[in-house]
Design a binder for this molecule. Structure first.
Ligand code: SD4
Length: 291
């Protein structure tokens, strides 16, 4: 079975998330179940300040979450600006499986989640509340790059049956405008899967990723023959080309193909990703664009 199964995910916390995914993949489970279980780990961890419970709030003090999931049959589900639910990826999966739609936002997404039996919770931790109070002293909005070396969790996997799936979940940029939606819940921007070709996820400054339809571009690059790393590199170069300066912008992509090859590429140094396959679970530094 060669390089199957394999799971790849963004940033340091990807390593712990990969363990939950591997438990499923190594027992012949589906890539879809694996990526959902994997990203639920940082979602539920209040120490992770960029995803799910414990994520930093928007400028008005609301924790609003974005997430999506996509499977081998091009089926996808997504939620944006969702409040009070610890596991938005699982709500996204319910949107995929229990509705005729792809995406639900805001109050409608919350109503649906509650209908589906999800628990309404306060997601603003004491640490986040304090950070927000501190931020209000000068209210500057400058998205930081490589926040604490972990950011959005994106995860893509190839299972023993040769099927690909992916998931992506985030609290978005801290101190964003209320209602701001990033790339992470947008199919084709934060996540894209085509079971004939490969899968890709993105992290970093969502506005830049959306502008180029980031992960759809990465997958199309692979369709035309790029390796996963080349495909990510060409998408990064597209962003670089469209900006006078990328000094303050970080974007990272990771990708896998049908053969189980994987790769990543970012604008700046400092992006890393975790890979778990038969060779074990390890963190790799991404290649990056140099001026
Ligand atoms: C977003 N790509 O919402 C996500 C995560 C992020 O800095 O905040 N990156 O733009």
């Amino acid at each position: 079975s060669g390089r199957k199964p394999v799971v790849v995910s963004t940033w340091n916390f990807g390593k712990t998330a990969n363990e939950a995914a591997w438990e499923i993949l190594s027992q012949n489970g589906s890539a879809l179940d694996a990526v959902e279980a994997g990203v639920r780990v940082p979602e539920g961890n209040p120490e992770v300040r960029t995803v799910g419970y414990g994520g930093r709030p928007d400028r008005d003090g609301f924790v609003t979450l974005d997430a999506c999931i996509m499977d081998e049959n091009d089926q996808c589900g997504s939620v944006a600006a969702l409040q009070h639910i610890k596991h938005p990826v699982s709500v996204a999966r319910k949107v995929k499986e229990e509705t005729p739609h792809v995406m639900l936002v805001g109050q409608g997404a919350l109503d649906f989640a509650l209908d589906q039996g999800f628990e309404k919770e306060d997601l603003l931790t004491k640490a986040s509340q304090e950070d927000w109070e501190e931020w209000q002293k000068n209210t500057e909005y400058q998205p930081e790059i490589n926040i604490e070396n972990h950011d959005t969790i994106g995860m893509i996997a190839l299972d023993n049956n040769g099927n690909l799936s992916g998931a992506c979940t985030t609290s978005g940029t801290a101190w964003k405008m209320h209602g701001r939606v990033g790339d992470s819940p947008l199919i084709g921007s934060g996540l894209f899967v085509d079971n004939e070709v490969g899968a890709a996820v993105a992290t970093g400054l969502g506005e830049e990723i959306i502008r180029i339809g980031g992960t759809h571009l990465v997958v199309e690059n692979m369709r035309r023959g790029d390796s996963p790393e080349q495909a990510c590199k060409h998408a990064v170069e597209r962003i670089v080309k469209k900006n006078d300066s990328v000094e303050d912008i970080q974007v990272g992509f990771i990708a896998i193909n049908k053969e189980g090859q994987f790769g990543g590429y970012s604008i700046q140094e400092g992006f890393n990703y975790a890979v778990f396959d038969k060779a074990g679970n390890r963190l790799l530094d991404s290649s990056y664009w140099v001026n």
